[in-house]
Design a binder for this molecule. Structure first.
Ligand code: MN3
Length: 216
């Protein structure tokens, strides 16, 4: 397995934690092994567990086993945790042990059309990632209608799920993603992230069919 996609986060009717497609120490110098271990096996795993718990709560409300007053909380929990699970699955799949990859082919053309140049994309993505207040994500997304690319900055997780915007590349800027190594230097983390993007995976997502976010 050379990458992971959203399909790997769901199995037999439940959300599951997809295994990483590389060793936890393989993402140096972007990420140290301890950060990867904690981020994947604790933080990401917690969103998987939370998504399953919220889905079960919603099922019980629907069956009358829990009071209707719990429905709104269950829906909120599902949105937060499932978006967290989705974004982390995309994140592990769009970073790479390989340094210095560049987008190519149709994706490179779309980047040039949407941002003027690759440098223009980098300038925008870097600024959005650094500017997210508190916990959130920088997201390169494809507008499913116009096919233009956009960069989104989100708070927490679920704000990323804008209708018609399909995430292609995501950068976690919650402090747990970088604090052990970079402390408060988010800019240093974002710079290192930009040098270890798996553009191969991003291209697969860009070229995937309209209704399915999948990198295969
Ligand atoms: Mn995270």
């Amino acid at each position: 397995m050379d990458t992971i996609c959203l399909c790997d986060g769901y199995e037999d009717g439940r959300y599951v934690l997809p295994p990483l497609p590389y060793d936890i120490a393989a993402l140096e110098p972007l990420l140290d092994a301890e950060t990867v271990l904690l981020h994947h096996s604790r933080h990401h795993a917690a969103y998987v567990a939370g998504a399953n718990a919220a889905a079960e709560m919603m099922r019980q409300v629907a069956l009358g086993e829990l009071p209707e007053t719990m429905a709104a909380q269950a829906a909120h929990n599902l949105a937060f945790n499932l978006a967290g699970h989705m974004l982390h699955t995309l994140y592990w799949g769009n970073i790479s042990p390989e340094k210095g990859q560049q987008p190519c082919g149709e994706l490179a053309d779309a980047i040039n059309t949407s941002f003027g140049s690759y440098d223009g994309f980098v300038r925008l993505f870097r600024s959005v990632a650094q500017g997210v207040q508190g916990s959130g994500w920088a997201v390169l997304a494809k507008d499913a209608v116009s096919h233009r690319l956009v960069v989104l900055g989100t708070h927490r997780h679920q704000d990323a799920l804008l209708p018609r915007m399909r995430p292609l590349l995501v950068c976690d800027v919650w402090e747990h993603a970088y604090y052990l190594r970079y402390h408060n230097n988010r800019a240093g983390y974002v710079e290192a992230f930009l040098n270890q993007i798996c553009w191969h995976s991003v291209s697969k997502r860009f070229n995937g069919n309209k209704n399915h976010v999948c990198c295969r």
